[in-house]
Design a protein around this ligand. Structure first.
Ligand SMILES: *[C@@H]1O[C@H](CO)[C@@H](O)[C@H](O)[C@H]1NC(C)=O
Ligand SMILES: *[C@@H]1O[C@H](CO)[C@@H](O)[C@H](O)[C@H]1NC(C)=O
Ligand SMILES: *[C@@H]1O[C@H](CO)[C@@H](O)[C@H](O)[C@H]1NC(C)=O
Length: 404
């Protein structure tokens, strides 16, 4: 069954609005309309800041063509002595632009490049920096038939392999939020993790059953994703015509956009809300309904496992009634890990992180910031001093340990 665009708007907005209770006025005109993304991420955001940047493509085993960007220092001297490769993996409804949204002194992508790292910017399937599929069109239902499981086992694996092959060096991986889910899932695969030199995870997530974020919990309770799948909405694009209208309705008339963000991420201490308009020129990026459904399954069931199709279909997909779990103890204890997490993070809950840590063989270096919410780790105006300098000290401490 295919619904008309008008019906989709009506359905989604009534579902979402009933989930949003706060009702402050918000009168700013928002930059929700899609910018023309003819130029790539390098040309739009990175080169204008004075950083050399080149576009690369990596094709996944199941036919998606992913865009990757390679960024180096804005200072010519550093550029010639390229440091170790670092691959950045963004969060849900984001893409590689998320690492470059503030000034060169504040944004992790720029900071790493100016510190001499060979910075590689990852973008998963479905985002606007992905160049589609070799045979499927975005209009096909099959184009959107994946979840973070495929981000991990196809996209991230392919991006790591690409960077490893080009640079001939093991790769440092930095993940944020959903980027940590897919990193940890991918690291359970021996073929992938052997190409990784170390990893730094911001707001690390594997288990989600203690998360306290108000809006997502309401949407889980409403069975939003199952409803969407049942009526044939497979792509979640808040910059499509109907998505834009829903966002405008939610942000303009019914709720403050900053409040909306807190109800999803928890209270952020150091996020500059006067920049929301600029952020919305780039975010949110599309994802699939199936992916959101997979995340909602984790919230309901408290498992870190593959997508659950229901008993009989699981049998067909996996040869067993329950989806196979990702076994964190498979991640080699020799892999150096660093994690930054916050006391006000409503998505990456501290109890869930304890669960993750118990299952890992190694003891990661931990940075705990009591007042930090989920977005602060990416967009805090003080993230450099609070978080990134400490992450860089971790990478420095590895010295020649990693083969670069
Ligand atoms: C929003 O706009 C309305 C009418 O234009 C105005 O009365 C109201 O004060 C505005 N609210 C805010 C918070 O600016
Ligand atoms: C960025 O940091 C550098 C070095 O710390 C400093 O010299 C420069 O003035 C800063 N730039 C801005 C715009 O703050
Ligand atoms: C917050 O954002 C505004 C608008 O971009 C900017 O002028 C201001 O300097 C930012 N504040 C901080 C602390 O970065």
């Amino acid at each position: 069954m295919e619904l008309s665009a008008a019906l989709k708007v009506a359905l989604l907005s009534s579902l979402l609005l009933s989930a949003v209770k706060s009702a402050e006025d918000f009168n700013d005109t928002l930059n929700l309309r899609q910018k023309s993304h003819v130029a790539g991420l390098c040309a739009q955001l990175i080169e204008p800041a004075g950083f050399p940047c080149s576009e690369h493509n990596a094709q996944t085993k199941d036919g998606f063509v992913l865009g990757l960007q390679r960024v180096s220092s804005s200072s010519g001297i550093l550029r010639r002595q390229m440091g170790p490769p670092v691959l950045l993996i963004h969060g849900l409804f984001m893409a590689g632009d998320a690492w470059f949204l503030d000034t060169p002194n504040q944004s992790l992508g720029f900071i790493l490049a100016n510190r001499g790292f060979d910075v590689w910017v990852g973008n998963v399937r479905g985002t606007r920096w992905c160049h589609g599929h070799i045979s499927l069109s975005e209009k096909d239902k099959k184009f959107w038939d994946w979840s973070w499981q495929e981000y991990a086992l196809y996209d991230l694996q392919e991006m790591i392999r690409y960077v490893y092959t080009v640079t001939n060096s093991r790769v440092f991986v930095i993940g944020y939020s959903q980027g940590t889910i897919i990193s940890l899932a991918a690291f359970t695969e021996p073929d992938t993790v052997q190409m990784v030199g170390a990893a730094a995870l911001l707001c690390p997530i594997t288990y989600l059953n203690h998360m306290t974020a108000r809006l997502p919990l309401r949407l889980v309770k409403m069975h939003l994703t199952q409803v969407l799948l049942a009526v044939g909405i497979h792509e979640l694009n808040f910059k499509s015509d109907w998505g834009t209208r829903i966002m405008e309705m939610m942000c303009d008339r019914h709720v403050d956009c900053g409040d909306l963000l807190s109800s999803i991420t928890g209270k952020n201490c150091c996020f500059n809300s006067s920049r929301i308009d600029f952020y919305l020129e780039y975010e949110p990026h599309p994802s699939s309904t199936k992916n959101l459904n997979h995340l909602f399954q984790m919230i309901r069931k408290g498992t870190f496992a593959k997508y659950d199709y229901g008993f009989w279909k699981n049998l067909k997909h996996y040869g067993q009634l329950k989806p196979p779990k990702f076994d964190l103890s498979q991640i080699p204890s020799s892999l150096p890990l660093w994690m930054g997490y916050g006391g006000n993070d409503a998505l990456a809950d501290v109890t869930d992180l304890q669960h993750t840590l118990k299952e890992l063989q190694s003891k990661p270096d931990l940075l705990y910031l009591e007042n930090y919410g989920h977005l602060d780790f990416l967009l805090s105006t003080r993230a450099k001093e609070d978080v990134y300098d400490k992450m860089l000290a971790f990478f420095d401490s590895l010295g020649t340990h990693s083969s670069y």
